[in-house]
Write a protein of this length. Structure first.
Length: 484
């Protein structure tokens, strides 16, 4: 089917303004938040109902046209990169909160609803939705499900997969599935977990039922400055080792602290080599006891300066600095490349040392900001795409960081997904048999490979080529690290 024939067919059941095919109309959809990868789709559709999506999928299935689902476009791994011979299916107009059930503590929403909007809708009942990515003001819940997003409070309250109950999903052929349930458990295989984090490769989510939790009576935050990154890393391990599970524990290195402070004036210590934010929430008594213990651990771990939030405004100001790290990077560099590896907490300091060595090797600055409690790193490599070869050097630098995370016993993603960005490192992390199993799961849901093709799971041929390249060039598979 020609592009014009496809457009005509789509417009037979969609309004003309809901089917975009002119180049200038396609430009806003050519990339997600990771702008290093760009590709114009053949057609963009903006349905408003599930019925319209079913018709779109049935048409694409019949004509073997690839379909890439897109939420708010805030993704950071190229997961929503369009297919140049396919349809980009935007779910932005499915943005209704269907129902709020304060007694059962759940909300039913369409996939285009913003993450923060769920908590705003639940606030009158003293409830909120726990996962809080830094982009929560803009990112959509459908995208959160696709990438299994987390946030600064995921250490205590979990990722998206831990906070959803049920999904309504359309298969590539337009069949409707109900996955999960409103009870705490359901019979059969855990398809809810399988679908969460599947990056739009197994089905199209049209409805999400999420859990709500009570707003804590009190929340308080300890901000500790350290003159050595190793001391800060050890402090993280010491807090967890003491049996404390903070509501959030975040870490920023010196270059990040300076960028954020100049941008937002959050009150960070500019002399610090690293800053640790550690929050406690719960009843007033619980928080008072936990904050006292955290304060003592920070002192024992060698903190040079410790501050405790004295009111809600100050707590939010300390957090605002952390959540503004990405825009702050945009002020100090023309471009930045955000990575997303996860490592065991005990290796934080060693891996940060390894990143610093790579930074010197590649001649590129790197801001380190991350969920320290669960070892989810977010190195921001600063570069200038206008300089010839700098993007390629940045990508190579980023790939080495991910390989280092694997070498340390971690993984190549914690919450951003694989998309296009990390697909080569999948060949490093997984064996042939494991990749074959991933492909087998994909084939059950999408036998023709039409949903978000070419993403997340590499072909065995691709991995074989990459392996041959490593052997041919005589390159080291991993950057050298201290012995763990």
């Amino acid at each position: 089917m020609s592009p014009q024939e496809l457009v005509n067919n789509l417009r037979s059941f969609l309004p003309p303004e809901a089917v975009l095919h002119e180049t200038e109309d396609l430009r806003p959809f050519e990339c997600d938040g990771l702008s290093a990868y760009r590709q114009l789709p053949m057609v963009v559709v903006l349905p408003q109902t599930e019925e319209q999506i079913i018709k779109i999928l049935k048409l694409c299935y019949a004509t073997r046209t690839p379909v890439v689902a897109r939420g708010a476009g805030t993704g950071l791994s190229g997961g929503a990169l369009p297919h140049n011979q396919g349809v980009l299916l935007s779910l932005a107009k499915l943005n209704q909160i269907i129902s709020v059930d304060p007694l059962a503590r759940m909300v039913r929403v369409q996939p285009g609803v913003r993450n923060l909007a769920i908590s705003e809708a639940a606030a009158p009942y003293g409830l909120y939705y726990a996962p809080d990515p830094s982009s929560q003001i803009a990112c959509s819940i459908g995208g959160n499900v696709a990438e299994n997003s987390g946030g600064v409070h995921c250490l205590k309250y979990g990722l998206t997969v831990h906070n959803i109950l049920k999904l309504r999903v359309l298969t590539v052929a337009g069949e409707c599935l109900e996955i999960g349930g409103e009870s705490l458990d359901s019979a059969g295989y855990d398809l809810l977990a399988l679908m969460t984090g599947s990056e739009g490769m197994l089905g199209i989510v049209t409805e999400v039922t999420v859990k709500l939790i009570p707003v804590p009576e009190k929340a308080q935050l300890v901000m500790a400055a350290f003159d050595d990154v190793h001391k800060a890393g050890n402090a993280v391990a010491n807090v967890i080792g003491a049996g404390i599970i903070p509501a959030g524990m975040e870490m920023m290195d010196k270059i990040t602290v300076h960028a954020v402070e100049e941008f937002l004036h959050a009150g960070y210590d500019l002399d610090a080599a690293a800053i640790l934010l550690c929050e406690s929430d719960g009843s007033a008594e619980e928080v008072a006891d936990e904050i006292e213990r955290i304060y003592a651990i920070m002192q024992q771990s060698g903190a040079t300066k410790i501050s405790t939030s004295q009111n809600e405004a100050e707590r939010l100001r300390f957090w605002a600095g952390r959540k503004a790290a990405f825009p702050a990077a945009g002020r100090v560099s023309p471009d930045y490349y955000c990575m997303d590896g996860t490592i065991p907490r005990k290796h934080l300091a060693d891996v940060l040392d390894g990143i610093e060595k790579l930074s010197q090797e590649y001649g590129l600055r790197c801001m380190n900001v991350f969920h320290a409690g669960d070892g989810n790193l977010h190195p921001l490599i600063l570069y200038d795409a206008n300089q010839p070869g700098e993007l390629e050097r940045t990508e190579e630098f980023g790939g080495k960081i991910l390989e280092m995370c694997i070498h340390a016993g971690g993984t190549i993603t914690g919450e951003h997904g694989v998309g296009m960005e990390k697909i080569n490192q999948m060949c490093t992390q997984f064996k042939t048999g494991e990749l074959e199993m991933f492909h087998a799961v994909k084939a059950v849901f999408d036998p023709e490979g039409l949903l978000n093709p070419g993403k997340a799971v590499p072909t065995l041929h691709r991995c074989a080529e990459l392996g041959a390249m490593h052997v041919h060039r005589g390159e080291e598979k991993f950057v050298e690290l201290p012995r763990f």
